[in-house]
Write a protein that binds this ligand. Structure first.
Ligand code: NAD
Ligand code: AHE
Ligand code: ZN
Length: 371
């Protein structure tokens, strides 16, 4: 038996999403049917829609920053029941695989292979349109009123938390904060440089404040972003367009030799190099968060690493979603994570293409789509 669901379908790369009524099959073993109440739009959705994502598959239902309510559960589901409030996770947490048990990573691999092919763990899809299969995206597909998600990819959260705000913890805000606290483990008094002030970079500022960093230097080519950055606690504001020399040299000069930590939150491989090279000799660490397109590679002189700089990467801020996301929700409810600051626009699903336009025009931080 299947149900009808309004969804924004990406039928092909680089084409606007189309709002259509898709068919959604009932959840199978280990799966959950979720009614999405709200979803954010992240740059990664635009990245995949652009055709640059090696894992991009069409037609598919994008979206991975959602909040919803459990509508039905499949056979064998024990950790969730109908009515529970949940945040879908694009990084599952099975608690049984080698990765989950390692204590070293949040990158659960239990269902990663099928997820990357736009399929549920049994190798099939639950979405169809006019009898043709529609693929899942990042295991979440939150641009649909109803979506089917594996049980291990759902974080249960308190019912009091507003789903149209805490949905942002499904990706952007958690990623930025987690990259600072979990991946870099920034310590009190450290200096930090954050490249790119979208949802991810701004959240990294919150993480840096939580870690009691002494100096938070932010870099963006859109100076309109500096006001919110200042509100969140950034101390120095750098627009690369104001300088002739490489931006890493500017930051090294500003900081008597470089920063202790830097974060690339754009997805630009040249900026990734700048972010590494603005780190202090001997100990500076740079974390890549931005996602770069197919075929792109990073480069630097190996001497940069030989002389003590460290290059790392971070996915979903190193956060184990089912275990740790409830504490992020709790912090948001206590006002320690100001989600409202990120929500520059709210709109219905029918207007979702406007959310992509606003992002590309640099006019939004996060648009929340309401179903
Ligand atoms: P966004 O589009 O909202 O923000 C990007 C910001 O970068 C904008 O403010 C823009 O002005 C700025 N920018 C662009 N080019 C620049 C340059 N050359 N120098 C300085 N600033 C520049 O994007 P977002 O949603 O914040 O996502 C940022 C990146 O993080 C994307 O690549 C996204 O795919 C990636 N991402 C990664 C993870 C992860 O887990 N690793 C999670 C979420 C998003
Ligand atoms: N599919 C791409 C990579 C995309 C990517 O790096 N995704 C990030 C999350 S971005 C969220 O906005 C991530 O967590 N990656 C880890 C993973 O397991 O996907 C490609 O290059 O193939
Ligand atoms: Zn995202």
């Amino acid at each position: 038996m299947s149900i009808k669901s309004r969804a924004a379908v990406a039928f092909a790369a680089n084409e606007p999403l189309q709002i259509v009524e898709v068919d959604v099959e009932a959840p199978k073993k280990g799966e959950v049917l979720v009614r999405i109440v709200a979803t954010g739009v992240c740059h990664t959705d635009a990245f995949t829609l652009s055709g640059d994502d090696p894992e991009g598959i069409f037609p598919s239902i994008l979206g991975h920053e959602g909040g919803g309510i459990v509508e039905a559960i499949g056979e064998g589901v024990t950790s969730l029941e109908v009515g529970d409030h949940v945040i879908p996770l694009y990084t599952a947490e099975c608690r049984e695989c080698k990765f989950c048990k390692s204590g070293k990573t949040n990158l659960c691999q239990a269902i990663r292979a099928t997820q990357g092919k736009g399929l549920m763990p049994d190798g099939t899809t639950r979405f169809s349109y006019k009898g043709q299969p529609i693929y899942h995206y990042m295991g979440t597909s939150t641009f649909s009123e109803y979506t089917v998600v594996p049980e291990i990819s759902l974080a249960k959260i308190p019912k009091e938390a507003p789903l149209d705000k805490v949905c942002l913890l499904g990706c952007g805000v958690t990623t930025g904060i987690g990259a600072v606290l979990n991946t870099a483990k920034v310590e009190e008094g450290a200096s930090v440089a954050i490249f790119g002030l979208g949802g991810i970079g701004l959240a990294a500022i919150i993480g840096a404040k939580m870690a009691k960093a002494s100096r938070i230097i932010v870099i963006d080519i859109n100076p309109a972003k500096f006001e919110i950055a200042k509100e969140l606690g950034a101390t120095d504001f750098v627009n690369p367009k104001d300088y002739d020399e490489p931006i890493q040299d500017v930051i090294v000069e500003l900081t008597d030799g470089g920063v202790d930590y830097s974060f690339e939150c754009v997805g630009n491989v040249k900026l990734m190099r700048a972010a590494l090279e603005c780190c202090h000799k001997g100990w500076g660490e740079s974390v890549i968060i931005g996602v770069a397109g197919a075929g792109q590679e990073i480069s630097t002189r190996p001497f940069q690493l030989v002389t003590g700089r460290v290059w790392r990467g971070s996915a979903f801020g190193g956060v184990k979603g089912r275990t740790e996301l409830p504490s992020y929700v709790n912090k948001a409810q206590k006002g320690e994570i100001p989600l409202d600051t990120f929500i520059t626009h709210n709109m219905p699903l029918e207007d979702i293409n406007k959310a992509f336009d606003l992002m590309h025009e640099g006019k939004s931080i996060r648009t929340v789509i309401h179903f």
